[in-house]
Design a protein around this ligand. Sequence first.
Ligand code: SF4
Ligand code: MSK
Length: 657
Amino acid sequence: MPDGKSIDPATLEVLEIAESECISTAFSRAEEIQPCPTGASGRCCKNCFMGPCRFIGETTHGVCGASLTTIAARNLARSIAAGTSAHSDHGRDMAFTLLAAAKGQAPGYEIKDVAKLHAVAGLMGVEVGSRSKEEIAIDVANKAIAEFGKQNDNLIYLSRAPQKRQEIWKKLGIAPRGVDREVVEMLHRTVMGNDQDPEHILLGALRTSLADGWGGSMLSTDISDILFGTPAPVRSQANLGVLKEDEVNVVIHGHEPTLSMLLVQAASDPEMIAYAKTKGAKGINLAGICCTANEILTRQGISVAGNFLQQELAIITGAVEAMVVDVQCVMEALVPLSARYHTKLITTSRKAKIEGALHIQFDEHDAVNIAKKIIRTAVDNYPNRGRVRIPDVTNQMIAGFSHEYIAYMQGGIYRQSFRPLNDAIIAGRIRGAAGVVGCNNPRVGHDEAHIGIIRELIKNDVLVVTTGCGALSAGKFGLLTPEMMDLAGPGLKEVCNTIGIPPVLHMGSCVDNSRILTVLTQMATEGGLGDDISDLPGVGIAPEWMSEKALAIGAYFVASGAYVLFGVESPFSEVPELTKLVGEGWEKLTGGKLEFEPDWLKIVDKSIAHIDAKRKALKLPDYDPEKFAKSKTYLPGDALTPEVYAAGKRSLAGVDA
Ligand code: SF4
Ligand code: MSK
């Protein structure tokens, strides 16, 4: 068994096949490729061609004279700008799809959530009155598109933040203007010979990240809800076992919901199912990977095949007729890998082609036909299947906790609010809240930190919300079911029992971290927990991050006042001055701070210490685990092993663990 690479039994099973058959995966390549120690610790600059300059030995400055702190700050700022661009360009495409749908130029799309459309229209100053939903949507889409190119005015959505937070941004001069302007300016400022004051560069990075969280990402989330419906709890399944031996398997991977939503329709089209039967399959089975998985899971309950590090493993099962990808987090390695099997790797975005893949270009104006063409291509490929080895591993989950639903579940239509949640925190039933989000990274044990941290936090009565690939980890390990409330501490368990929710709430994809910003704002403005996000007893954690998008997310949470902990290694571990600036420095300015901590147990300790310190500052009663009913012991010990996973699975099947 490949030791320490993952705690997920399905992953381990397929990795064993890969190892025995000499199939390269991200796991094996991560072992083969040792990171360059200079770059990995933040001591390399390649911003101009007098370099690259490596800050090793006696070297304290680059050829241009730049200091180590300057070059590391520039590298961080550039990553944040890249991450912001990715989320925001996704948001821009959603706005254009809304515009086309509202104009009747995108058959297959409709305005599903009119209440959300009206809410967004209100916020954007678009008249609702007696106008049709299409008229309103055209104005909303145009306003959204204009947010990207605003030159001087601030983003409209900043007004959603607590008043105190808005004033902090204003005082620091980091309230973002148009998304595009912030990204371009950050790239300009970090070109050789430009901004060379690390603190000033970092302020620019915070401003850029805010254009992501309170701009591109938030727009993306809202427009997706308008077009495809605001998520509400939905039951589904996760892990490679969702692939079916006797059906055409189409795995959708990437980030954007536009094509994937129509693939869901095309796959359930009776004509397509009948066509699949002519090829000897019993039906068509869709499954998701990464954040596309989250999009179609939270709105349509489509099963999840896995998270980021399982994209290759899905193909190695031999059961995938087509892997359909759009943008972000798609490995180029899928091309040579799919060539070993019968899998068709289909790229669909005009922004993301991969040499060797089959390209079927997506166009929202002809999406229904394109979706059918893709499904037909997959069906035609079914007879080419060879040996199939699908791990018999899945777990049940409930996903789809939008911030609207979280408010609704605390009081129904009449009395929805965040009062019960705030009261539970004030009383100490819930100690605090944590967002555990982000990617997987083969440099650390797959799923281990996500699951370890979540289990420890809920055991300590910390309510967890989760997004992205971390949410899929939680789903695979059964943590997204009410049955798992036995893992929670006594107070949190009481709250979960009363409301009927799991102790871990799945809130969506990476762009949906913006939903967490909204929840935090609602908690801060509800009363009793201060008046700003920085007052709340809460933390943000990205334990297995790998993407530049994660850095953008981390930075906008810090700029919004949150304490953010990243796992893996710090990308500037050998730049003490920068570590200080994003820690103590940012804390003085924003009330939030960014810290890197490779040991996940220490992340738990730091999170809980921070939550308790915030409780104290709010003069809340000390957290007392004995105060509420004792929860039953669930699993022996805390070891994270495949057996623990299996125990969780048995419990869900109704057998007392
Ligand atoms: Fe070297 Fe300065 Fe060029 Fe960076 S910008 S590569 S430190 S000369
Ligand atoms: S998909 S950005 S690996 S969470 Fe959003 Fe997962 Fe990270 Fe990609």
